[in-house]
Design a protein around this ligand. Structure first.
Ligand code: DGL
Length: 272
């Protein structure tokens, strides 16, 4: 079973930031990534719709015999994780719990900011996860929907990005948070601008890094780690034509994306 792949899914290309951290931490593991590029964004959709999409994708990946599932999308983690854990017989890891754990570990004042999509912020999933670990924490949240298209466009360090960061983050800065959780797959790409806006006293928490650590821990505990003899293979599935995914994905991964296949989830995951 240790030779099976790790399944990872996201609403689109953003989850590649999580994949990147997983392959850094566990280079020997095979991965199968699904990006729901035909139905992105999830951040503006209802929890019911996101939960349905998440179930469909998980069924597809489970049929490909994965040993563990990573829900890389923060919005899907926020609204669909518990259902997936109940429904599917494999370990399911989301990005909210690891991000919350890290935030609680690094905060000094207990004033923690969380930014994410409208869906993630509305769900209060990060607030609940942080409060479970540190009941006296003061959690301040802000949806930053424009960060997603900025990251996809590659506008991560220009004037527009700086203005958007200023408009979204000033309130959290004024409120004196000392820790800020980047609660969306795309936000690690805007780390420089976000760090400059928040100032040197604020620690940024990247859920992707912490999630990779959690995956490594679970696989080690369950004795499912693949022996480190060679580097793993990586396969990518998308629900729309692959061109856009490849173009933006290369920027996200900083490399060359190969083996990207379009599949039709309505047709049993048949390749198109
Ligand atoms: N992947 C989503 C998330 O992390 C961001 C993009 C979207 O809205 O689908 O919440």
């Amino acid at each position: 079973m240790s030779w099976q792949a790790i399944g990872i899914f996201d609403s689109g290309v953003g989850g590649l930031t999580v994949l990147r951290e997983i392959t850094k931490a566990l280079p020997q593991e095979d991965t199968i990534y699904f990006g729901d590029t035909a139905r992105v964004p999830y951040g503006t959709k209802s929890p019911e719709t996101v939960a349905r999409y998440s179930r469909e994708i998980t069924s597809f990946l489970v049929r490909r015999d994965i040993k563990l599932l990573v829900v890389a999308c923060n919005t899907a983690s926020a609204v669909a994780l518990n259902g997936l854990k109940r429904e599917f017989p494999i370990p399911v890891v989301g990005v909210i719990e690891p991000g919350a754990r890290r935030a609680v570990a690094v905060t000094r004042s207990g004033r923690i900011g969380v930014i994410g999509t409208t869906g993630t912020i509305k769900s209060s999933a990060y607030t609940r996860a942080i409060k479970r670990l540190k009941p006296d924490a003061c959690v301040l949240t802000r949806a930053c929907p424009l960060f997603v298209p900025l990251a996809e466009e590659g506008w991560t360090d220009n004037q527009v990005a700086h203005l958007a960061a200023q408009a979204y983050l000033q309130e959290l800065k004024d409120a004196g948070v000392d820790t800020l959780v980047l609660g969306c797959t795309h936000y690690p790409l805007l780390k420089t601008v976000i760090a400059e806006t928040m100032g040197p006293g604020v620690t940024l928490v990247d859920s992707a890094e912490e999630t990779a650590r959690t995956v490594a821990e679970i696989l080690a505990k369950k004795k499912l780690l693949r022996p480190a003899v060679e580097n793993g293979n990586h396969h990518y599935y998308v629900s729309d034509i692959p061109a856009g995914f490849i173009r933006v994905g290369n920027r996200f991964l900083g490399g060359r994306l190969e083996d990207v296949y379009q599949v039709d989830l309505d047709n049993d995951g048949e390749e198109c």
